[in-house]
Ligand binder design. Structure first.
Ligand SMILES: *Cc1c(COP(=O)(O)O)cnc(C)c1O
Length: 377
């Protein structure tokens, strides 16, 4: 039996919605389904403005434009993240400054941020790894003290919360992903969440190729013209139609993922007690969304053998990330602040187990095969 690492889940109404978009007579962006998704996200997450984009990468690029970053400006962020977190800012000529992660949540270590601030620092970009919140109270206080903006890379964090507040609603800007490997999907897709009211209007302009098209359609201006820099960041109505179906069933998706996560967590407890691995750690202030279940094995060679032995049984388990500070582009465009010892260590030891809605009947098999390997260590 072959069990993939990820399998995109359909709630069932996606294709009907796509047909409906065609019936509605608009396939380009910002139609009925797009507006529905915007309102849904605004109400659910408690953000001032939600704007669908064609990816989380695009939303991060919009954030970098909105922050008016100039060449040489610095953005503090973790190195243990997906490339887009850094690349979006590098496209503006800004310099990512990497600080280490906390060994428990694998999120940016908030105690290291302040010493990384220089005269060039403009923003902090946090990543809520595995949908577990960064220490946002501390981070927002540092930003306020130093006049910095905060961007939440909430690609993995839809419907997670920190002290009762939805992730994506705390920073000045946030980015969600609806890539097929995330919890709620549209194939490729994302959203920019704008919490700072001073940036909402410009966000619409940047997303619409630098034009005031949105204002024109609301009847606020009588000419539609080029007013600022921008690009085409909006997705087609087909994507929004697909996503609208997913959002309707979002709570079921989260609940089913959480049940799978809890099942893994209970299974891994005795293995952790035997010193064979470390389980994910969720701080008491954080409610997570079961985006992923990862294990920290004891060293790189154990992880390599684990992945091979699972693969031999047809089970997809994967690792990430190659730390950005040791990647070719990271070396060229970014710099580090201090030693990144936890980033390096975790990158060698972390492995992700299959996690998708529909895995339930196969999960015991995955755990049995994993136990066979781990018990032999
Ligand atoms: C998936 C992911 C992204 C990129 O999302 P896309 O929608 O594929 O552009 C960015 N940052 C993090 C942390 C991610 O996990």
């Amino acid at each position: 039996m072959s069990i993939p690492f990820n399998r995109p889940y359909l709630v069932g109404r996606e294709l009907d919605n796509i047909a409906q978009a065609h019936t509605n007579g608009q396939l380009s962006g910002d139609g009925v389904f797009t507006r529905h998704c915007h309102t849904w996200l605004e109400q659910r997450i408690g953000t001032r403005k939600a704007l669908l984009t064609h990816s989380c990468t695009a939303a991060l690029e919009m954030a970098a434009i909105l922050l008016d970053l100039q060449p040489g400006d610095e953005v503090i962020m973790p190195s243990f993240t997906f490339v887009s977190t850094a690349n979006a800012f590098v496209l503006r000529g800004a310099v990512p400054v990497f600080v280490d992660i906390r060994p428990d949540t694998l999120n940016i270590d908030e105690t290291l941020i302040e010493s990384a601030i220089t005269a060039h620092t403009r923003a902090i970009c946090v990543v809520h790894y595995a949908g577990v919140a960064c220490e946002m109270d501390t981070i927002m206080a540092i930003a306020a003290r130093h006049g910095l903006k905060v961007v939440e890379d909430a690609a993995q964090a839809i419907f997670s919360s920190y002290k009762g507040r939805a992730l994506g609603s705390i920073g000045d800007l946030a980015a969600l992903s609806f890539h097929e490997t995330k919890n709620v999907i549209a194939g490729e897709g994302g959203a920019l969440l704008v919490n700072d009211p001073a940036m909402t209007e410009r966000a619409e302009v940047i997303r619409e190729k630098g034009t005031n098209r949105s204002k024109f359609f609301r009847g606020h201006v009588d000419k539609y013209t080029w007013v600022d820099i921008g690009s085409s960041y909006l997705p087609s109505e087909l994507i929004a139609a697909f996503l609208a179906a997913q959002l309707e069933d979002a709570d079921t998706i989260t609940a089913r993922r959480l049940a799978i996560w809890d099942h893994y967590h209970a299974w891994a407890a005795p293995l952790e007690a035997r010193g064979l691995l470390r389980r994910p750690i969720i701080p008491p202030d954080c409610r997570h969304n079961a985006h992923m279940y990862h294990l920290l094995l004891n060293d790189l060679s154990t992880r390599t053998r684990f992945i091979e032995s699972m693969k031999a049984e047809g089970i997809g388990v994967v690792f990430h990330y190659i730390p950005l500070h040791s990647s070719p582009a990271g070396r060229r465009y970014a710099r580090t602040h201090g030693a990144l010892q936890h980033t390096d260590a975790v990158s060698d030891r972390l492995v992700r187990l299959p996690m998708w809605v529909g895995l339930e009947p196969h999960q015991d098999h995955v755990m049995r095969i994993a136990s066979d390997f781990l018990s032999g260590l």
